[in-house]
Structures are given as C-alpha cells and as structure tokens.
Write a protein that binds this ligand. Structure first.
Ligand SMILES: O=C(O)CCC(=O)C(=O)O
Ligand SMILES: [Fe+2]
Length: 195
C-alpha cells in the first residue's frame, strides 16, 4: 500500500438495507424510547453543547471515553436486538455498543472527526444505519483534503466503514439549509477492553 493509503475509503453503502415499513417502526420506537441527551463536545479547547441529541447504548462493560469523560452505556432497547443480530451475522463482528444520534432538523450536524479512539482497536468496522430524513455524509482524506467522497444516507440504509477508513479519512455530517425532518443515525461499534 502507498504511504498515503488507498485512493478511496474502504466503505460500502447498502441502500434499503432495512425495508421501509420496518425502518419506519424502528425510527418511531427509538425516537420515543431512547433517553436522548445533549452531549458536550470539545471544540478548539472549549466544551460546547453538541448540535444534535445523542444516546450511547451498549453492553455494561463497553465503556467509552470521549472528550475526557467515561460514558457508561444505556442498556440495549429491544428494538435494536434484531438489527444487532443481523449485523453480526452479515459482518462477522460482535458489535457491543452503538452511538445513536438524533438530528432534529437540517441545522443539527456533526463536524469533521474520525472514530479512531483506542477503544475501537486498529482498523475498526463501524456499521452506520440511517433512519428518517436523507442526509449527506462526506469523507475527506486526512493528508490530501482535496480527496473527498460523499454519500446520500437514506432511510433504511447501511454504510459500512472498514480497513484504514478511520486512520486515513475524516468524516462529517454537514448542516443544510434545506427544510428537513428528523434523522436518527446508529453507529454500531466494537469496544475492545484496554489495560
Ligand atoms: O450521522 C452520521 O451519519 C454520522 C455519525 C458519526 O459519524 C458518528 O456517530 O461517529
Ligand atoms: Fe463518526
């Protein structure tokens, strides 16, 4: 592999991975039942409210640290059991946690980052399930920012990020001026214990 990594990120989109009726039911149940909160994020050395609502879900031992705080996960809601089992079957990854994000409208967003915390180990597989309004998801190479890839993440879609995607690329969910309804995104991850 070249020093700068592969030409495109190791990502795969499966539109309609969840059928529309099931995706509607899943959206409604998560929207209603998850304990959504405003998380605090660090930006340029300051703590600010994240421009979205979030909920960290996982096995009780899947602790996750970010922005300097350890987060104890919420228990798995019944509505996610089938999705988790299907993802494990299709990817071979025993996902033990999910970060759920609720973008209330087009103003809610997520800035440039990569999910490269040591908890996820090298070359993590991250399975991103989208429900609700279609939003644009963008990836940009870390060292060659002119290299960009964009995906429209529609209701029921699955985006898998693998390989060196977190090491070599950043991703973001930009805000948009379009009038949009809410969107829920679920990123299934595997937290590996560390010493
Ligand atoms: O909402 C999305 O599609 C992306 C979410 C994301 O990047 C994350 O949760 O780390
Ligand atoms: Fe991310």
């Amino acid at each position: 592999m070249a020093a700068n990594g592969d030409a495109s990120p190791d990502v795969a989109l499966s539109p309609g991975w969840i059928a529309p009726g099931q995706a509607d039911a899943l959206f409604a149940s998560l929207h209603r039942e998850l304990p959504w909160r405003v998380h605090r994020v660090r930006m340029f050395g300051r703590e600010i409210d994240a421009p979205r609502l979030s909920c960290w879900i996982g096995d009780s031992n899947a602790h996750y640290r970010y922005s300097g705080t350890t987060h104890v996960p919420e228990p798995w809601p019944g509505a996610l059991a089938a999705v988790r089992a299907r993802l494990a079957h299709e990817t071979g990854v025993a996902f033990n946690s999910v970060l759920a994000n609720l973008y209330r409208d087009g103003r809610d967003c997520m800035g440039w980052h990569s999910d490269d915390e040591p908890e996820f180990g090298p070359r993590p597989v991250i399975a991103s399930v989208s429900l609700g309004a279609t939003r644009r998801f963008v990836l940009r190479h870390r060292r060659e920012p002119t290299r960009k890839v964009a995906f429209e993440l529609a209701h029921g879609s699955l985006l898998l990020m693998r390989g060196e995607t977190q090491r070599d690329w950043r991703h973001a969910l930009p805000r948009t001026a379009r009038a949009l309804g809410p969107r829920i995104n679920l990123t299934f991850r595997r937290v590996i214990g560390r010493r």
